[in-house]
Design a protein around this ligand. Structure first.
Ligand code: DHE
Length: 511
C-alpha cells in the first residue's frame, strides 16, 4: 500500500528506517546531528516535558505559529511513531560545543553603544513583568500598573527557568533549553544579542555587578562565562570532578554578597563556587582549568573564572540560600532530605528533615518573631515545609491539596501563594497565612485548568497567576482581598518575573 509516494512499512521496518526518515524530513530544519538549526534541537534532554505521544502529534499535524509543517500526509503512523522514538533516543556521544561553536553562533542585532539612554515608553520601568509564553514561544513585556503589554516578541524554542535582569533592571536575559541566551533591551524593546552557549542548557545567572553571565549546561558538561554587554563568550569551563568524571550542571546561582557564582552539579558530589570579583585572588583548593585563556589578563592561569570545589557527602540539587549567602541548602538526589553547606567553612553543617522531594528553588524566606524561616513546596508530597533557618529544624509541615511546584510571597504581605499542580487538583491555588503558618484560603480561578506560578508586583498589592494551558491566561488578583482584578488571554504563560522584586532580591521570590 502507498500513502502519497511513501510505501507503508511495518513497525519494525519503520524503526530501522528512522535515521533515513529523519535525514529526509527533519534534518534540514533540526540539523543532521539533531542539535538544532532553524528548528529546535531534537534530543530527549531538550524536549523537556513533551511526551512521545505529543511529539507524534506535532510531527503529524505540525505546530501552530511556527514553521513546523504537518507530515501526516507524507508519513504513516508507524513512521511517525518511529521518528518520535528516534528523537527521544539519546545521542551516542556528547556533542562538541566548545568555544569555536559558541563564538560562531553569536548574533548581535544592535551595537550596545547605540541603544537609547531612556525608556521609549511611558510606564514604571521597575514594575514591568517579563512573561514567558511557551504555548507559542513568545515573551510578553507587561506594564505592571496598567496590565497592558508593552511588547510581545518571538523567543527561542522552549525558554525555561527564570528571566534574569541586569542590576538596573534595564536588560532581561532569557535562556532556552536549546542553549540560546537572549539579551533583550527593555528601554527600546528589542533583542540586542543572542548566543548559543550549549546544546542543552539548564539556566543562566547574572553577576550582581551586571558584568558577567554564567550559563550552566547539561550538554556538553560545561559552564560558559559571557560578557553581559554583548554576550561575547569569555570562557568555557569543563565540569569535571577529581577522578576525571564529568557532570551535568543542575543550576548556577549568583551570590551577590560573595561576588561569586555557586553551582549545583548533578553527577559529582561537590558544590562549586566561582568568584568573579577583580580581586578574587588565588582561590583555595581544586582549581578547575578551562579551555580558554582568560579574557582579562593577570588572573589565574587557565582563565579568569576559577572554581573552588567543596566536597559534600551527597549529590545536591536545587539550591536555596540564606540571606547572607554563606549557607546554601540543597536537596539530596534521593529526595529524602536537605543538606546545609557552609560556603565559608566549606563543608556540610546541617541535615534537614525534608522527605518528598522538596522544590527548594521556589522556596521563600519570611520573618516571624525576629527569626528567619524558609518555606518550600514538595514535588512528591502534599505539604509545605517550614524550616527554622537558625536551627535548621523543620518546625511545621502544612498539609495542602496536592504536591506543588511554585511558591511566592512579598515583603508587604503576610501571605504566601502556592500551587498544587503536581497533584490531581491542578486548578487550585492555596494561600498560607505566614504568621499562623496555616492555609487560609483556596482559590479556583479557572476551574479544571492547570493553574500555577504566582508573582507579586513591585508593591506587593497584586499577584499574577498563570493558567498554564495552550489557550491560557494570566489572572491578576488583589493580594489583600484575593479578588480577581483582571484577566489576560495568553498562550501557556509559564513564568512571570517582576523587575523590581528580582533586582532587589525580594525574599518572597526566586533570584
Ligand atoms: Fe523548571 C526554574 C529545573 C520542569 C518551569 N527549573 C527552574 C530552575 C531549575 C529547574 C534548575 C531554576 C533556573 C533559574 O531560574 O535560574 N524544571 C527543572 C527540572 O529539573 C524539571 C523538573 C525537569 C525538566 O524538564 O528540566 C523542570 N520547569 C519544569 C516544567 O515542566 C515547567 C513547569 C514548565 C516548563 O516550561 O518547562 C518548569 N522552571 C519553570 C519555571 C521556572 C523554572 C517557570 C522559573 C521559576 C521562577 O519563578 O524563578
Amino acid at each position: 500500500m502507498v500513502v502519497g509516494m511513501t510505501v507503508l512499512a511495518t513497525p519494525a521496518q519503520a524503526v530501522e528506517d528512522a535515521p533515513r526518515l529523519y535525514a529526509e524530513h527533519c534534518a534540514a530544519c533540526h540539523g543532521g546531528d539533531r542539535l538544532g538549526a532553524i528548528g529546535p534541537a531534537l534530543l530527549p534532554e531538550n524536549l523537556g516535558r513533551l511526551r512521545k505521544a505529543e511529539a507524534e502529534t506535532v510531527i503529524a499535524r505540525g505546530r501552530a505559529a511556527t514553521q513546523m509543517p504537518a507530515h501526516g500526509d507524507k508519513l504513516t503512523p508507524e513512521q511517525i511513531k518511529a521518528l518520535a522514538e528516534y528523537v527521544f533516543t539519546p545521542l551516542a556521544a556528547v556533542p562538541v560545543w566548545g568555544m569555536e561553536e559558541i563564538r560562531a553562533s553569536r548574533v548581535v542585532n544592535v551595537d550596545p553603544d547605540q541603544l537609547p539612554s531612556r525608556p521609549q515608553w511611558d510606564a514604571d520601568p521597575l514594575n514591568l513583568f517579563t512573561v514567558v509564553e511557551t504555548g507559542d514561544h513568545h515573551v510578553t513585556i507587561l506594564d505592571g500598573d496598567s496590565f497592558k503589554p508593552l511588547a510581545r516578541f518571538q523567543s527561542r524554542f522552549a525558554l525555561h527557568g527564570g528571566a534574569k535582569y541586569s542590576p538596573d533592571g534595564r536588560f532581561v536575559y532569557l535562556a532556552s533549553r536549546d542553549g540560546w541566551i537572549t539579551k533583550y533591551d527593555l528601554y527600546s524593546l528589542q533583542i540586542v544579542a543572542e548566543i548559543r552557549a550549549g546544546v542543552n542548557t539548564r539556566n543562566v545567572a547574572v553577576s550582581h555587578d551586571g558584568r558577567f553571565l554564567m550559563v550552566g549546561n547539561m550538554l556538553p558538561h560545561t559552564l560558559v562565562a559571557l560578557d553581559a554587554r554583548d554576550l561575547t563568550p569569555l570562557q568555557v569551563i569543563p565540569v569535571m570532578g577529581d577522578a576525571g568524571a564529568t557532570s551535568r550542571v543542575s543550576a548556577v546561582y549568583t551570590a551577590p554578597p560573595r561576588a561569586s557564582f555557586v553551582v549545583a552539579l548533578k553527577d559529582i558530589a561537590e558544590v562549586w563556587e566561582i568568584p568573579y570579583a577583580d580581586d578574587a585572588g588565588p582561590v583555595m583548593n581544586g582549581f578547575v582549568h578551562s579551555y580558554e585563556k582568560g579574557h582579562e589578563e593577570g588572573i589565574s592561569p587557565g582563565g579568569r573564572f576559577q572554581a573552588i570545589r567543596i566536597r559534600i557527602p551527597d549529590f545536591l540539587d536545587d539550591f536555596f540560600f540564606d540571606r547572607s549567602y554563606e549557607r546554601v541548602m540543597g536537596a539530596s538526589r534521593d529526595g529524602t532530605k536537605g543538606l546545609v553547606v557552609d560556603l565559608d567553612i566549606k563543608r556540610k553543617v546541617a541535615e534537614i528533615d525534608l522527605p518528598g522531594m522538596p522544590h527548594l528553588g521556589s522556596g521563600i524566606i519570611f520573618k516571624k518573631d525576629g527569626r528567619d524561616f524558609m518555606a518550600t513546596p514538595h514535588l512528591k508530597e502534599a505539604v509545605i515545609s517550614i524550616i527554622d533557618m537558625t536551627s535548621w529544624k523543620t518546625v511545621k509541615r502544612i498539609p495542602t491539596l496536592g504536591p506543588g511546584f511554585f511558591m511566592r510571597s512579598h515583603e508587604n504581605t503576610g501571605y504566601a501563594w502556592i500551587d498544587v499542580s503536581m497533584g490531581k487538583e491542578k486548578d487550585a491555588i492555596q494561600i498560607i497565612d505566614l504568621d499562623a503558618m496555616e492555609i487560609t484560603r483556596t482559590l479556583r480561578p479557572a476551574a479544571g485548568r492547570t493553574t500555577a506560578h504566582a508573582e507579586f508586583d513591585r508593591s506587593g498589592r497584586h499577584v499574577l497567576i498563570s493558567v498554564m494551558e495552550a489557550e491560557g491566561e494570566l489572572i491578576v488578583f488583589d493580594a489583600q482581598s484575593f479578588e480577581v482584578v483582571t484577566r489576560m488571554p495568553m498562550k501557556r504563560p509559564v513564568g512571570k518575573y517582576n523587575v523590581f522584586n528580582k533586582i532587589n532580591y525580594s525574599s518572597g521570590t526566586s533570584h
